[in-house]
Design a protein around this ligand. Structure first.
Ligand code: B1M
Length: 214
């Protein structure tokens, strides 16, 4: 069994120490961190979600799988982030109120750090008021809102509306993303940007910055 397959299996089984070892071995085999994440880790979480939908997995299995994925991400983070944090700008990031999922948001944070951004991570279950408070304090170029369950989508709409109505937000652009978020939803919510995954979130942010400069 190849190392990415082993990593995939260990995440599905929720074996965090083994997932760490596999992530390290995959790096030693010169597999790029992005490939390790997409083929060995994201795909495993996808499978965990499918098993949950089929009632083969329950909350504890989803929980331990996310812990194993986070353990693997810890190994990869230094290889993605590098040392140049801060020169590209600042983003305030959080998972919307009512939502406890943070693996995807953490991946987005990691990619922004890797692209040279200073990331202020507000964590999970973040209210619109907390986003605003942080924008006031940090003056970021971007605020990123992550949402993973359909039931919290109205909270995203409310948060975007609340932030847009505040003078404090000024030129700060609002990005939204997460599995149930679509381009149509983002447009209807009047967000400034939408990205389907962590890698493209950086491209969207760069495009928005370029638009501001012109
Ligand atoms: Co939950 N959960 N979960 N869960 N969970 C999902 C999301 C679900 C799809 C599973 C399923 O039914 N197949 C389903 C949602 C269905 C829906 O709403 N349509 C679901 C459910 C129902 C629930 C509960 C309601 C279950 C229950 O209690 N009965 C409950 C809700 C709790 C709550 O939040 N209030 C719940 C709980 C949990 C755990 C706590 C056990 C655990 C999360 C632990 C944690 O995060 N620390 C968990 C897990 C692990 C999952 C799955 C299996 C995996 C999520 C994940 O980490 N994916 C998930 C199934 C699935 O996703 N297929 C599922 C990997 C991650 C890298 O991908 O987060 O999509 P993702 O992030 C991607 C993109 O979406 C994007 O980039 C990332 C990487 O490229 N992205 C952004 C994310 N944020 C972005 C922001 C951006 C841009 C891009 O800009 C700002």
């Amino acid at each position: 069994m190849g190392i990415l397959e082993q990593l995939y299996q260990n995440i599905i089984k929720g074996k965090a120490p083994e997932a760490k070892i596999c992530a390290q071995k995959a790096l030693e085999e010169n597999i790029l961190p992005q490939e390790i994440i997409s083929k060995g880790m994201n795909s495993a979480m996808e499978e965990v979600g499918l098993r949950f939908s089929r009632n083969e997995f329950f909350l504890p299995e989803m929980m331990v799988a996310s812990r194993a994925m986070k353990a693997g991400m810890e190994i990869l983070e230094p290889y993605i982030v590098g040392e140049s944090i801060g020169h590209a700008g600042k983003i305030v990031l959080g998972t919307i109120e009512g939502d406890l999922h943070d693996v995807g948001k953490n991946l987005v944070a990691m990619m922004f750090k890797g692209a040279g951004f200073n990331v202020v991570d507000l964590g999970i279950d973040v209210s619109k008021e907390k986003f605003l408070e942080s924008i006031q304090k940090e003056s970021p170029q971007f605020v990123g809102i992550s949402a993973l369950i359909t039931t919290v989508l109205p909270n995203v709409v409310e948060a975007v509306d609340y932030l847009k109505k505040s003078e404090v937000v000024g030129n700060c652009k609002i990005l939204v993303g997460g599995a149930p978020v679509t381009p149509e939803f983002a447009k209807a919510a009047k967000a400034d940007g939408y990205a389907p995954d962590a890698g493209s979130a950086i491209q969207v942010a760069k495009t928005l910055i370029a638009g501001q400069v012109q």
